[in-house]
Design a protein around this ligand. Structure first.
Ligand code: TXA
Ligand code: MG
Length: 322
């Protein structure tokens, strides 16, 4: 019998660059989660990203660049306010939604007039981006709707040989995806809470409203991180007060995702005994994966404080719940 092809995993930036130049897909480490990358200016390669993830074509990709100067090549303009945010937070877990330049193929932006751009903070991916004559379009490197990968092993588990090479940069330091900010009617709006705490932005741009659908007459859900069942483990997950939920599910095989305090359950993962939201974010997706493997009927999770990275954690937990 033929054995399934095993994906190659390693830290060879040259090899990753060679494959990307040939139009192949390579998983790349970032400080937030691993991305499934392709040449952002090659429509065919980007189409294969959608196929590999089984991602619907209306959910656009983020374009990763090695500098603010490189962002200027994929965006028609970078308004002063956007440039100021980029100088404050790049490289880092911030994605800016900017007017799109013509070089960016339709498939990347799902036909929108804007493009999402980010300069990630990871040494290996920085070296890779600097070696390439094109930026990298990369969504998170997981099958659509599933839990995002924060290690090279997670990528292999989810995508197998759909990816030519996994550039292994170790576990992701932030652990939740980037914060996505755009502008609507000249006002800054939030598309997705993420790795930069909102409080940090608001010092720069004032209060952020939630983004309204971008092109009101287009029949697509526009801030698609906003699709409801997303970041979801296979085991059904309920979000609420753990003590109440544990009482309701007494005697059942349940897995518990607790913020600070361990609970009696078939299996329990604690995100941060000291209540550190950065530590909680870093371990969130790995904990969800471990709980998902524990053979439970249901997972129970509690919200964390709605501040700092807690907003991103609660957002992912709400979307994982069903
Ligand atoms: O941290 C991250 O952002 C990771 C790493 C790999 O960079 N990437 C990531 O990609 O989370 P993805 O595809 O899983 O989520 C990107 C989100 C999607 O929900 C997409 O809809 C939104 O970005 N997005 C992309 N282009 C957009 C645009 N023009 N306007 C509004 N939202 C956009
Ligand atoms: Mg994703």
């Amino acid at each position: 019998m033929l054995r399934p092809m095993v994906t190659r995993v390693g830290s060879d930036v040259e090899e990753a660059a060679r494959l990307l130049r040939e139009g192949e897909l390579v998983a790349i480490p970032t400080e937030t989660v691993y991305g499934l990358a392709a040449n952002a200016l090659d429509a065919d390669a980007c189409l294969r990203v959608f196929e590999a993830k089984r991602r619907p074509s209306f959910d656009p990709l983020i374009v990763h660049v090695p500098s603010l100067d490189a962002a200027v090549r994929v965006a028609r303009e970078v308004p002063a306010e956007a440039a100021a945010l980029a100088s404050a937070f790049w490289p880092g877990p911030l994605t800016l939604v900017l007017p799109r330049a013509d070089v960016v193929p339709d498939v990347v932006t799902s036909g929108l007039s804007t493009v999402a751009v980010r300069h990630p903070a990871h040494a290996l991916t920085q070296q890779l981006l600097e070696r390439l004559p094109f930026p990298l379009a990369a969504p998170s490197a997981n099958p659509f709707g599933g839990v995002s990968p924060t290690t090279a092993e997670h990528v292999v588990e989810g995508l197998g040989d759909a990816v030519a090479y996994v550039l292994d940069g170790g576990p992701c330091r932030v652990g939740v995806e980037s914060t996505i900010v755009g502008w609507q009617d000249g006002r800054p709006v939030l598309h997705r809470p993420g790795g930069v705490p909102l409080e940090a932005f608001e010092e720069h741009v004032g209060p952020l409203e939630a983004a309204a659908p971008i092109e009101a007459d287009a029949p697509r859900p526009v801030a698609p991180g906003s699709l409801s069942s997303h970041y979801a483990p296979r085991t059904p997950l309920t979000l609420g007060s753990l003590d109440e939920l544990l009482a309701r599910h007494a005697g059942r095989r349940v897995g518990v995702l607790a913020f600070q305090r361990e609970r009696e359950a078939t299996t329990c993962r604690v995100l941060s005994p000291t209540g550190d939201l950065f530590e909680a974010a870093r371990g969130l997706f790995a904990a969800l994966r471990e709980l998902d493997r524990a053979g439970c009927e249901r997972l129970l999770a509690e919200p964390v404080p709605e501040e700092g990275l807690g907003r991103a954690i609660n957002d992912r937990l709400r979307r994982a719940a069903r």
